[in-house]
Design a protein around this ligand. Structure first.
Ligand code: GLU
Length: 480
């Protein structure tokens, strides 16, 4: 993994740090978006700055209130609380119009009366001679140039008067120096014929008004950056620093998508992942602190420096996520864990109060990767008891096994203390006396008492089920 060490010194601006997450609410909060939010949040927290949430909802066809809610839910779940916002671009239209009017007055923007068909024809002509398809500047004011007469009945767009010479250069916090020739950039349309501002323009005005000092976003926005920088310059705004993080790839090296499984953050909540595990794992996708794989929210804030954002694309690794989640499951205080697992037990038709849930979770958590695994495992103690079916009985309970179960039933009934150690001792004593190995007693016990062949340690399971339950189920099995 390559890291960009050279960016460190330029990462700190002279202004108080202000970062933002600026999602377009067109779906759920996906993993890539969550990671961008996380980086912007961690950056602000690390430098004692401010983290702003801005909802870029100007695409009326694709933006929905449900998607806004999904973003807010995802951020709340990950505990990425913004210090300011959410601000909604649709509520800032007057401001954008005001800035456009100013730019027209100052001559940094101009009206263009070309129809879309005319612009397309210009592009065609350029393509025909092997040139880059672009707007030919018909309406661009120049000293000494006479503009065409304004045609009737055409509502103009507003174009930004992009500099034509030189290059736009920035030292990307992730990618290092990037230089784009201004000649490559068209005079961008900043307002449509109906006066509505366009995407890049709204971003610029917002970043300016909100005093954003560091823009951290996906590298699908690299091409927008020189355009945005030029507009900011024309406005006389102080420039933010930009950091473009590479996208997340699926395990097969393709862009991460639904094909690779869940891509919505809240889906991971449903699947039983802990927010702190998700945060930990997402942070490692494109950022590193030495070889540390496990870190808390506080450590992430303390360690998060943009110098260790990776230039190369990160790869989604479900196995590693599970490993990180399993770690955080073991770290969680038991009562907290129990309160997260209980609703999942109820959702399965079980009763979390039917057992000593913290004790059950102590037994299960070393072998579980998710809250769902734990809930599933806990059903052994909290779910309805279904005796083994005839096939399983025939397979596991021969006469010798039933004989041993009968003896166990008798001896367990009068055991002085009912706990894991005493049950373990009783089982070991019987194995010795009968000269048989563990499975000869443990499997029949499992089948008789739980209805399953596989369970965690049998003495632990029996201890947790309690004497009354074990004796009664054994009695039923032996009678059947
Ligand atoms: N709204 C853009 C998106 O969701 C992000 C814009 C930005 O970060 O500048 O991709």
């Amino acid at each position: 993994m390559t890291t960009n060490m050279t960016a460190t010194s330029s990462a700190i601006s002279s202004r108080p740090v202000r970062t933002r997450f600026a999602p377009s609410p067109t779906g759920y909060l996906h993993l890539g978006g969550a990671r961008t939010a996380l980086f912007s949040w961690a950056f602000a927290r690390h430098f004692g700055g401010t983290f702003v949430l801005r909802i870029e909802d100007t695409d009326l066809e694709r933006s929905t209130p449900q998607a806004v809610q999904a973003i807010l839910d995802g951020m709340r779940w990950l505990e990425l609380q913004p210090d300011e916002g959410p601000f909604y671009q649709m509520q800032r239209m007057d401001r954008y119009r005001e800035v456009i009017a100013d730019m027209l007055a100052k001559g940094t923007a101009y009206h263009c009366y070309c129809t879309p068909a005319e612009v397309e024809a210009m592009r065609e002509r350029a393509r025909a001679i092997g040139a880059k398809p672009r707007y030919d500047g018909t309406w661009r004011p120049e000293p000494g140039k006479t503009l065409p007469p304004i045609p009737d009945g055409i509502r103009p767009v507003v174009r930004f008067r992009n500099p034509q010479d030189g290059a736009t250069i920035w030292n990307d916090l992730v990618k290092g120096p990037i230089s784009i020739d201004n000649a490559e950039l068209d005079d961008l349309i900043i307002a449509r014929p109906d006066g509505t501002p366009t995407y890049n323009f709204c971003v610029v005005v917002d970043d300016w008004d909100m005093g954003i000092t560091h823009v951290i976003r996906g590298d699908d926005h690299v091409n927008n950056t020189p355009r945005q920088i030029n507009i900011l310059r024309a406005l006389g705004a102080e420039l933010p620093l930009y950091g473009h993080v590479p996208m997340i790839l699926g395990p097969d090296g393709e862009k991460l998508s639904k094909r690779h499984g869940a891509v919505s953050v809240m889906e991971y909540d449903r699947l039983g992942y802990l927010p702190q595990a998700m945060l930990n794992y997402l942070a490692r996708l494109g950022w590193s602190h030495g070889n540390d794989e496990i870190f808390s929210r506080e450590q992430l804030i303390e360690w998060f420096d943009p110098a260790h954002l990776s230039r190369s694309a990160a790869q989604w690794d479900p196995k590693k996520l599970n490993w990180v989640n399993a770690h955080w499951l073991r770290e969680l205080p038991l009562d907290d864990l129990a309160s997260r697992v209980a609703p999942r037990i109820r959702a399965r038709g079980g009763n979390p109060e039917a057992a000593d849930l913290p004790a059950v979770l102590t037994l299960l958590r070393d072998r579980s990767e998710t809250l769902e695994d734990l809930a599933e495992g806990a059903m052994l103690f909290c779910g309805p008891y279904t005796p083994a079916d005839a096939t399983l009985r025939a397979e596991t309970l021969d006469d010798a096994a039933l004989e041993r179960l009968r003896e166990f039933h008798r001896r367990a009934g009068v055991l002085a203390d009912w706990n894991e150690a005493s049950l373990d001792e009783l089982i070991k004593t019987m194995l010795k006396e009968h000269g048989v190995k563990m499975p000869k007693l443990a499997i029949p016990l499992r089948v008789a008492v739980t209805g399953h062949k596989h369970t965690p340690s049998i003495s632990a399971v029996l201890a947790l089920l309690g004497r009354a339950t074990v004796i009664s189920r054994l009695g039923t099995t032996l009678a059947g």
